[in-house]
Design a binder for this molecule. Structure first.
Ligand code: ATP
Ligand code: MG
Length: 297
């Protein structure tokens, strides 16, 4: 069964697109078949990697037609800069964002079935036949597109940068949004588990304190609360490698295999435990790299 995950945060600029693109790049490199869906009106994910071919349609037609076909799927060109390294068995495709304004959001908001729209579209045969993982990127805001993405997902993950403003916004924005969606359960739309990721962790004492506070606040949830929160042990440091990778339009584990690559492997392993066999084999050696304890929150 295809695993469907959404990057969700009502706060902008916390690292959703960057982290999602790098998770996807690593999964593909590990031989996994990945489809990205750029559900953000600002097409940052669409522009993240180089496209090998662009499909005639994108997000607008997917949402409005209520199905996914070949005509929605663009191909990403993920070639290792070292041409002696053979491409993996995996694939990385994308449904591009093609929404220049709020028109799709308005269209969706007016639909009675807006909450089911993406969930039903992802039941299209092409998804089950062709992809192991679907990853959806959303805008740092609250709206119908975010809601339909949450309900389509088997999990959501929320990067939180460890500064006090982002931490407060996480509680008053993202968690509140999910709590408001909780009644969906009565009509067959449960809110998925939320994985919280400390992202862009800098080496400052303040960042470490806020990260520690977040860990204490959200660790040991009993699973009955809504949303059901899992605080990830993995975290993503604030590191120039992520910016360099975005500039080079490559996954960060190719740019900085030892440090950023290790962090990405740890994250992928924790987010996708059912893919552990793949990850364990592929990162043999990577775990020999010593953790830089100075980074740990
Ligand atoms: N781990 C990281 N270390 C350093 N910089 C990062 C890291 N992750 C992301 N960034 C930078 O932070 C900025 C915001 O990242 P990104 O666009 O991924 O956030 P976002 O949550 O998707 O934002 P939006 O809500 O606007 O879509 C970008 O300039 C990106 O290069
Ligand atoms: Mg983004």
């Amino acid at each position: 069964m295809t695993i469907i995950g959404t990057a969700l945060s009502t706060k902008g600029g916390v690292g959703k697109t960057t982290t999602l693109a790098n998770i996807a790049g690593l999964l593909c490199d590990l031989g996994i078949r990945v489809l990205l869906i750029d559900a953000d009106v600002q097409p940052s994910l669409t522009r993240y990697y180089k496209l090998a071919s662009r499909a005639p349609h994108g997000l607008t037609d997917l949402i409005q037609s209520g199905m996914v076909t070949e005509d929605h799927i663009s191909r990403i060109d993920l070639l290792h800069p070292d041409s002696t390294i053979a491409p993996s068995e995996g694939c990385l495709d994308i449904v591009c964002s093609d929404v220049p304004d709020a028109s799709l959001e308005v269209w969706l908001s007016d639909r009675v079935d807006r909450s089911f729209r993406l969930k039903n579209a992802l039941k299209s045969p092409v998804i089950d036949e062709r992809y192991d993982v679907v990853l959806i990127d959303t805008q740092g805001a609250v709206g119908a597109l975010q809601q339909t993405a949450v309900f389509a997902s088997s999990f959501a993950f929320s990067p939180v940068s460890p500064d006090i403003i982002s931490a407060r916004e996480f509680a008053s924005g993202t968690l509140r949004l999910l709590a408001e969606l909780a009644p969906g359960e009565r009509i067959g739309l449960p809110v998925p588990q939320l994985h919280v990721l400390i992202c862009k962790l800098s080496r400052t004492r303040n960042a470490k304190q806020v990260a520690q506070h977040l860990r204490e606040e959200y660790r040991n949830q009993d699973g009955r609360k809504i949303p059901n929160i899992n605080m990830l042990e993995a975290y993503i440091p604030d590191a120039v490698a992520y910016c360099d990778a975005a500039t080079a339009r490559l996954p960060v584990h190719w740019i900085d295999p030892a440090k950023a690559g290790l962090k990405m492997h740890q994250l992928v392993w924790e987010l996708f435990p059912s893919l552990q066999g793949f990850v364990a084999n592929a990162c043999e050696g990577a775990f020999a790299v010593e953790l830089d304890e100075g980074d740990a929150p």
